[in-house]
Design a protein around this ligand. Structure first.
Ligand SMILES: Cc1ncc(COP(=O)(O)O)c(C=O)c1O
Length: 377
């Protein structure tokens, strides 16, 4: 069957990105973030490949539902799963999921820690703690470290399985951004406090893509890349030059041209009758907001056969109109495959800038109507 639009996922490029990360951080273990359906790339096939071909053994989900799916669909494989935010530890039925499916909830407040420490079934369960060093979202407060150490000791715990923090500004300079410096300092202090108090830290991690790209966080046992594994940089334009990573885009979003027709300046196109601003041609693409390709992308540029097109008018549920200059007449044709992103990381980044979004959101927005097709050479 030939799909109307599809996301072609290059597992070769995923392997390339991972090997580049390992070159930068040869001594760090990778906890690969595959939440939100593997950033839209398909969590199950991506994680299966990462385990069997890349040897990655630890994965990060956001919700217990994602984690359960990962465990159930890859139950033939050996790997660890963390749930980072929506852990729902207060629901009694979830205890069984954590205990029997070997899924580790990331604890980010004292009451969750109390629950684990006071529930006999969790007696030997790995404790993973996340500190808020300045992200100010979830996380234990650094001032709670003494209380936590006391509680751990009272319950005979002499080690923490994984001590975690998360950068808010890793897309900015790790050397000069004040928040990054503060978060790094606080995390170092917290780690030292645990060690000085006689609590062993089996694993520690703080760096996400932006920090890893700037070679930060390699003193910890683990790094936690998400976006960079899928190719794009997460560095802002001011610090791109400080980046040490040039990834290959793992995804290629393809659609095809349903129809091409010529328009004169002022002729109208689609819902709400948007007029063409010049003579040119219109290519109707087989993609729309029913695929996760949104109306707010109108006005952004797309490229085909060396011509620059502009998304014109309202994006509809199943179709998008792209205006091309008249010189492209006869050269852009119906039924051609049209790549929205995928050839160059830069095209995706430009598209995300023009549409006032970020690659994370472009990826995650893609809906199930877009089949994910996997390629491995
Ligand atoms: C706790 C945590 N670690 C790591 C990551 C990976 O971040 P990035 O995709 O920027 O590498 C995320 C993503 O949001 C996260 O929430």
């Amino acid at each position: 069957m030939k799909f109307r639009s599809r996301l072609v996922v290059s597992l070769d490029n995923l392997a390339f990105n991972y090997s580049e990360i390992k070159k930068m951080a040869p001594n760090s273990e990778v906890l690969f973030m595959v939440k939100a359906d593997g950033y839209g790339h398909g969590m199950i096939p991506v994680a299966r490949f990462a385990i069997t071909e890349l040897g990655i053994k630890e994965f990060g989900c956001a919700t217990i539902g994602e984690a359960l799916k990962l465990r159930e669909e890859l139950n033939d494989l050996e790997f660890d799963i963390y749930v980072f935010s929506d852990i729902q530890l207060e629901l009694i039925e979830n205890a069984d999921i954590y205990l029997k499916r070997r899924i580790v909830p990331v604890i980010s407040n004292v009451s969750e820690l109390d629950y684990i420490l006071h529930t006999s079934e969790f007696k030997n369960f790995p404790i993973c703690l996340k500190f808020n060093t300045g992200m100010n979202r979830l996380g234990l407060d650094p001032s709670e470290a003494p209380l936590i150490v006391t509680k751990l000791k009272q319950h005979g715990r002499s080690s923490v399985h994984h001590l975690i923090s998360h950068y808010a500004n890793a897309s900015f300079s790790m050397n000069t951004n004040e928040r990054n410096i503060l978060q790094r300092t606080r995390f170092t202090e917290i780690k030292q406090f645990f060690l000085d108090s006689g609590i062993q830290l089996e694993r520690t991690s703080q760096s996400n893509s932006g920090a890893i790209e700037q070679n930060f966080g390699f003193e910890d046992t683990h790094i936690r890349p998400g976006l960079m594994m899928y190719g794009p940089t997460s560095l802002s334009s001011e610090v791109k030059s400080e980046g040490h990573f040039q990834g290959k885009l793992v995804s290629k979003l393809e659609t095809y041209i349903l129809r091409v027709f010529e328009v004169k300046k002022g002729e109208v196109v689609g819902y709400n009758s948007t007029p063409a601003l010049a003579d040119g041609i219109i290519a109707i693409l087989a993609i729309g907001y029913g695929d996760g390709f949104f109306n707010r992308y109108s006005g952004a540029h797309l490229y085909h056969k060396g011509f620059t097109g502009t998304i014109i008018g309202r994006v509809s549920m199943d179709m998008t109109h792209v205006f091309f200059p008249i010189e492209s007449k006869g050269k852009i044709r119906a039924h051609e495959i049209f790549t929205i992103w995928g050839e160059q990381v830069g095209d995706l980044l430009n598209f995300s800038l023009e549409t006032k979004t970020i690659p994370y959101e472009l990826f995650c927005a893609l809906l199930p109507r877009i089949p994910r097709v996997y390629r491995l050479n």
